[in-house]
Write a protein that binds this ligand. Structure first.
Ligand code: SF4
Length: 260
């Protein structure tokens, strides 16, 4: 099977070569090099190649497709691309893709891990109980998705049975988040939950160690905190989450003061 078959644009599918075709190509290049150097034909060791179809895993093809789809020059165009994306297997189980929503020039881009059942059903991010809590948390520091936040996820389609998104699914979807960052240009990123933090920062540290520390992600200030679902499960985490929100607010104020 051609592992790049899921690339919708056939022109972008790399041509798969058999081992003997590669050997011919290598010998041809050798001859061309000899000709350009001094015209003598030099002897070389024999080549060993394998057929391409045995080499490239399917998961590696998916990010190329999403990258292709993420050249949108507006949020609206990007939304449409995400809604039609088939860049990873998560598209097969979704009711709706969930591109994200909020202010087009936000102070804060909130990033969670992925849609749950309520979000899948509605096509909107963070609309269940956890979403309502997130809205209250944001409101406590004068933020809201209506006025000055945009809310998105690292994967835009719901993983089955609410499992964590797989690394290859996150990789396939990452160009969309990159594009959102480029279009939104938020002052700060608020990353909620372990999965989102680990996938953005490429670490396996626990959220307890990652939260509450300002860092930089792709040129943007980033702060991590607990996912609102975790706060619903364990109310004792709320105090730490509140401390994180105060850091967020203070940093936004400091950035404001730096403005010319
Ligand atoms: Fe496409 Fe992302 Fe949905 Fe996968 S999760 S199908 S890459 S939009």
């Amino acid at each position: 099977m051609n592992p790049y078959e899921n690339l919708q644009d056939k022109r972008l599918r790399p041509r798969l070569l058999k081992a003997e075709q590669k050997i011919c190509l290598a010998r041809l290049l050798d001859l061309a090099g000899d000709y350009l150097r001094d015209g003598y034909t030099y002897s070389r060791k024999s080549y060993t190649f394998t057929d391409d179809s045995q080499e490239a895993p399917l998961a590696e093809a998916a990010p190329d497709q999403a990258a292709l789809l993420s050249r949108a020059d507006s949020l609206e165009a990007l939304k449409v691309e995400i809604q039609h994306c088939q860049g990873c297997p998560l598209h097969t189980g979704r009711i709706h893709a969930v591109p994200g929503e909020g202010a087009s020039q936000p102070l804060v881009l909130v990033i969670g891990e992925g849609p749950g059942a309520d979000e899948d059903a509605s096509g909107r991010p963070f609309v269940g109980k956890a979403g309502q809590l997130l809205d209250r948390m944001l409101e406590a520091v004068d933020l809201s998705r209506e006025r000055n936040c945009f809310i998105a996820n690292v994967v835009k389609c719901r993983p089955p049975n609410n499992r964590d998104p797989l690394p290859e699914e996150i990789a396939a979807c990452a160009p969309f988040l990159d594009r959102q960052l480029a279009l939104l240009k938020p002052r700060m990123i608020l990353c909620v939950g372990r999965v989102a933090m680990q996938s953005l920062l490429h670490t396996d540290e626990g959220i307890g160690r990652l939260r509450g520390k300002l860092t930089v992600y792709k040129g943007f200030s980033l702060l991590g905190t607990y996912h609102p679902s975790a706060l619903l499960r364990d109310a004792s985490l709320k105090r730490a989450a509140w401390e994180d929100l105060k850091i967020l607010r203070d940093h936004l104020t400091a950035l404001d003061k730096q403005e010319p």
